[in-house]
Design a protein around this ligand. Structure first.
Ligand code: FE2
Ligand code: FE2
Length: 161
């Protein structure tokens, strides 16, 4: 069945990096909701913290891929590096926020940190989905995006050929 994947009538369409990253955003949104529900339902501190440890590892891996694979390829196409600098700063803000949740000493601190950090993360995703990713699709050729998707697949152990 693998041969059928990506077929839309005119031959095989290569996987492109931005599609893969958007798919990851979708999976994160579900995790964000889970952690937010735990916080709002008065979950145990340990539950919130262990869910956050898993989220932090995944998010760090997503952000690192953007930083090491997408941004360096995109920068030469941009007039300046303002947008990329903003993205780096937001990644750092999200990483610091996740650490605050993990280090919270009581449920109140954890719930506050969950709300603040998830708001920053959702805003960041939105900016990528509305600004950065469309810009990348516009600027990078299909070949470039497809080459970057191979780097993504290798990092994720996903077979796309
Ligand atoms: Fe990002
Ligand atoms: Fe992203």
């Amino acid at each position: 069945m693998h041969e059928c994947f990506g077929q839309i009538g005119f031959g095989r369409v290569a996987v492109e990096l931005i599609d893969a990253l958007l798919g990851e955003h979708g999976a994160f949104n579900a995790l964000f909701d889970t952690i937010e529900n735990l916080a709002e339902a008065g979950g145990q501190l340990a539950q919130i913290e262990s869910a956050t440890v898993a989220l932090a590892a995944e998010l760090d891996s997503h952000a690192t891929l953007e930083e090491e694979v997408l941004f360096p390829t995109l920068i030469p196409h941009l007039a300046n590096d303002k947008l990329i600098a903003e993205m780096h700063a937001e990644h750092d803000e999200i990483r610091a926020g996740l650490e605050r949740i993990e280090d919270a000493r009581n449920i109140r601190e954890a719930v506050d940190a969950v709300h603040q950090t998830l708001a920053v993360a959702r805003r960041h995703f939105r900016k990528e989905e509305e600004v950065l990713y469309p810009l990348a699709r516009q600027s990078l050729s299909h070949e470039e995006q497809s080459r970057l998707a191979n780097a993504w697949a290798a990092a994720r152990y996903v077979h796309i050929e």
